[in-house]
Ligand binder design. Structure first.
Ligand SMILES: [Cu+2]
Length: 331
């Protein structure tokens, strides 16, 4: 499925407008800096939820190009609270346009709402902002709670070249992916009697998420109850058994006359089923799971008892494009 690509292509038009507006914004004496937004391992098992480098000091009048390496946004909120990811629309939910679409001018003086929007395609995407007033500015990705960065803007000398800052960023990103890979390699479901606990992990300090349920297929005896629990500050997941059926879309853009598309969040993906056992048939879905205290008040755990021998494949509907697929073998 390539749903994100669909979303990306429909926001491309809106993103292009702001890119063109930024071309003439940098003065000739100003310096250009690069911050890398996110990152991932080649198999997308580990996702970097950070800005690299996390903190950067630049001169007044300099421009920062935020170079995207994942599905994020760059939002300068100027002290306002984060816009929620989803907003209620009738019986369902839409993605919040304040999260998905570009907003604000290409200069920043510490005020107002500025958003890169999400990357429009799998092609390289960069968002440039010119900082015209000294200050210490926090910014965030409003898709991944706690993914934050800082730009310090000063009138005096800065101690680093853009090349050195980018090298520092790349080293931070490499450390994040290494820490995430170590966590993925160490994933180890915990067995207690006839219960198995599968933990979905991420780390705020090391700024990674593991987009896998287990490292290897999980082998259990019939009658075992598996509980999945999310302990990742950044990501929401689902545990979804389609039993050979098609996976529903999590995000569907819907064209609207005279404006940006609506970002519909799939009701089937969001809605938990009530069954507590699985015999290899039917549709079983946890709905969204998030770590305790995350925005949205989603539950953090989901349990299912496996009653029949077989080999069962399940998915996270949020991260199916990242191949977040799990296998359970019931003996
Ligand atoms: Cu997921």
């Amino acid at each position: 499925m390539h749903l994100r690509n669909v979303v990306r292509s429909v926001v491309l038009a809106a993103a292009s407008v702001t890119s063109l507006a930024g071309i003439s914004s940098a003065a000739s004496s100003a310096t250009n800096w690069t911050v890398v937004v996110g990152g991932q391992t080649p198999d997308i098992s580990v996702y970097a939820n950070g800005f690299f480098p996390r903190e950067l000091t630049i001169h007044t009048g300099d421009t920062v190009a935020f170079q995207f390496a994942g599905y994020h946004n760059v939002s300068f909120l100027s002290g306002a609270s984060q816009p929620p990811f989803a907003i209620k629309d009738g019986d369902g939910y839409d993605g919040n346009p304040l999260v998905f679409f570009p907003a604000g001018a290409n200069t920043y003086d510490g005020t107002g709402f500025h958003n890169s929007g999400v990357p429009p395609s799998d092609k390289p995407f960069s968002y440039s902002l010119t900082f015209i007033k000294p200050g210490r500015y926090d910014y965030a990705c409003t898709i991944h709670p706690g993914m934050t960065g800082i730009i310090n803007v000063v009138d005096g000398a800065v101690s680093e070249t853009p090349q050195a800052a980018l090298a520092r960023g790349r080293a931070e990103q490499a450390a994040t992916l290494a820490a995430g890979t170590k966590a993925y390699d160490g994933l180890n479901p915990q067995t207690t009697g006839s219960n198995v606990l599968v933990t979905l992990v991420g780390d705020r300090q090391d700024r990674y998420s593991v987009l896998r349920f287990t490292h290897d297929p999980l082998v259990i005896a019939a009658g075992t109850t598996v509980t999945w629990t999310v302990k990742d500050p950044f990501e929401v997941h689902t545990v979804t058994f389609a039993s050979g059926g098609q996976l529903p879309q999590f995000i569907t853009p819907q064209a609207q006359p005279g404006g940006p598309p609506k970002i519909l969040l799939g009701a089937l993906a969001l809605t938990p089923t009530s069954t507590t056992t699985y015999d290899g048939t039917g549709w079983v879905n946890s709905g969204l799971l998030a770590s305790p205290g995350a925005p949205g008040n989603s539950p953090s755990s989901f349990s299912l008892k496996f009653t029949k021998p077989g080999r069962y494949v399940y998915w996270c509907l949020v991260h199916d494009e990242a191949h977040q697929e799990g296998i359970i073998i019931v003996k």
